[in-house]
Design a protein around this ligand. Structure first.
Ligand SMILES: Cc1cc2nc3c(=O)[nH]c(=O)nc-3n(C[C@H](O)[C@H](O)[C@H](O)COP(=O)(O)OP(=O)(O)OC[C@H]3O[C@@H](n4cnc5c(N)ncnc54)[C@H](O)[C@@H]3O)c2cc1C
Length: 498
């Protein structure tokens, strides 16, 4: 019996009679559906695309199934590891074999290894040879001024670009910090909140007297505490996570409808009416097509779409215009290349460019990071992803046809990696809405405000990268927390009412 008199049987019955509609079947939606299905709620997932997974989009290339979006996850916080465990895939978890990064198109220099002793690209020692190789003598002397200027001329600066520029100069911003923020998150350093990205940095700067000393102190602290967050993935590819989660959901009688775009969600009395596009056709187990109702009725609704649709759907529910998406347009071209060289990544698996110097922002040799992939592709083949587009520039591929896009990606991969890649065996292009990370200036504050409003509407949950911040670790952890909030409010609402 619970504190206020409900028995476990009462709670189980209440869960069973709770109808949940999850709008959007990306990782956030699947994780939310799993949280509700686990306690026996009657869950329906409505997904606009023909397949589930969202950004974790499955693509077949040269006979191998891979993801067109995320290739791995940060183990920080452990939420993805837990979901992978629930999905029964723990024995397939692998860690990246290669994590080194290079920076390409450094003016007058070319491609060089990214210095290792940095945080967010900020070096702990401007005189380090690997740093000087990127920013040159002029940049190094300017960066050195950080050591001799009093820290209080800056105070507690939250804008990463402003902080690094003021302390260490523009070369450090452009050549060391920006390649990582633009290549990784699609955002310029001036859009990153250093207080969120590295919460202890400003305090360490005040304490130690310089940005470099602050970085050195925090790196030493991390090393001492053995802090490391390996990049993990699944042997055999990330799409297995979607398949395994869907299998778990189906075992729990979750109804999954793909090709079903939700147009509107309306609160009518105590329930929600979720309206789907009118052309929607429901396909049953035998593959027979039939008309289905364009409206689903639910007690709980979890909005788990990308940013554009979420703002539109929630605007109606919250009675307020939530504005337009702040996500960045990113296009990723995945190439399977035949390599005359046995090593397609003589530089590093990950190469980011100095922003504004060319068409692509980053190139990753996924087959160098994930050995299972080399095995799957066979000898003499590598898989390379080429990313275009950030807040600084729309994808250079936006107006190009497929053949031109693939050729541009191939030549950019050659330039970034410094190898000949004459033959493309297979290729795929995919466009994405890349949500802002939680370290983007203003992102957490806006998400918190929207969440606070949504929390005022009974039975409404909001999950997904645009509110949690991009990245599977955040998306999955946040989806579990938000779903737990909504689930708990529903299950214990009956107690309050009694
Ligand atoms: C190119 C790229 C690479 C990435 N690489 C990594 C990585 O390596 N590691 C990492 O941790 N993170 C990575 N990320 C980030 C991570 O993939 C995302 O943060 C995460 O997958 C977002 O999941 P989501 O469920 O919030 O959104 P989405 O995956 O976008 O899912 C939203 C779903 O909602 C559906 N939908 C939209 N509108 C409607 C509607 N009206 N009705 C019904 N359904 C609708 C969409 O079709 C979609 O399936 C990457 C992101 C991108 C773009």
């Amino acid at each position: 019996m619970s504190a206020t008199g409900m028995t476990v049987d009462d709670l189980a019955a209440r869960a069973r009679e709770t109808r949940v509609v999850v709008v959007g079947g990306g990782l956030a939606g699947l994780a939310a559906a799993w949280q509700c299905a686990k306690v026996g709620m009657a869950v329906t997932v409505l997904e606009a695309a023909p397949e589930l997974g969202g950004t974790l989009r499955r693509v077949e290339l040269a006979g191998t199934t891979v993801s067109a979006g995320p290739w791995g996850w940060s183990s920080r916080g452990g939420a993805v590891d837990e979901l992978v465990d629930d999905a029964g895939l723990t024995d397939r978890v692998v860690e990246a074999a290669e994590t080194a990064t290079w920076i390409a198109r450094v003016p007058k220099v070319g491609a060089v290894p990214a210095p290792e002793t940095t945080i967010l690209g900020i070096p702990e020692n401007a005189w380090d040879e690997s740093v000087r190789a990127v920013i040159g003598w002029g940049g190094t002397w300017r960066a050195y001024l950080d050591r001799v200027r009093p820290p209080l001329t800056i105070g507690s600066e939250r804008n990463l670009g402003t902080l690094v520029r003021a302390r260490m100069g523009q070369d450090v911003v452009d050549r060391l910090v920006a390649p990582l923020s633009v290549g990784g998150f699609g955002l310029a350093p001036d859009e990153i909140d250093v207080g969120h990205a590295v919460p202890k940095l400003n305090a360490a700067l005040t304490r130690t007297g310089s940005l470099q000393a602050a970085v050195a102190e925090l790196r030493a602290e991390r090393a001492e505490q053995g802090e490391s967050t390996p990049l993990k993935s699944l042997d055999g590819g990330m799409p297995q996570l979607v398949d395994a989660l869907v299998a778990r959901l189906v075992e729990r009688d979750v109804q999954i409808e793909t090709g079903t775009r939700v147009e509107r969600i309306v609160r009518v009395g105590d329930v929600y009416e979720v309206a789907v596009d009118e052309d929607h056709v429901l396909v049953d187990d035998e593959g027979d097509e039939g008309e289905s109702s364009p409206t689903r009725v639910a007690d709980l609704v979890i909005v788990a779409t990308g940013e554009t649709d979420a703002r539109r759907l929630l605007g109606g529910l919250l009675g307020r215009d939530l504005g337009t998406s702040r996500s960045v347009a990113r296009e990723v071209v995945t190439l399977v290349v035949d390599t005359p060289d046995t090593d397609a990544a003589p530089r590093a698996a990950t190469v980011h460019a100095v922003p504004g110097t060319g068409a692509a922002d980053s190139v990753v040799v996924e087959s160098a990071r994930w050995p299972w992939l080399t095995g799957a592709l066979g000898a003499g083949r590598q898989l390379v992803t080429v990313a275009f587009g950030s807040s600084l520039q729309a994808p250079a591929t936006a107006a190009l046809g497929d053949a031109e896009t693939i050729e541009l990606a191939r030549t950019e991969a050659e330039a970034f990696l410094g190898v000949d890649l004459p033959t493309v065996a297979d290729a795929h292009r995919a466009r994405f809405e890349l949500a802002r990370p939680a370290s983007a200036l203003g992102q957490p504050e806006e998400a918190e405000e929207i969440r606070a409003r949504a929390a005022g509407v009974d039975g409404l949950g909001v999950v997904g990268a645009w509110v949690s911040g991009s990245g599977l670790a955040r998306v999955v952890a946040d989806a579990a927390d938000e779903t737990e909030r909504v689930r708990r409010a529903r299950l214990f609402a009956a107690e309050r009412g009694q």
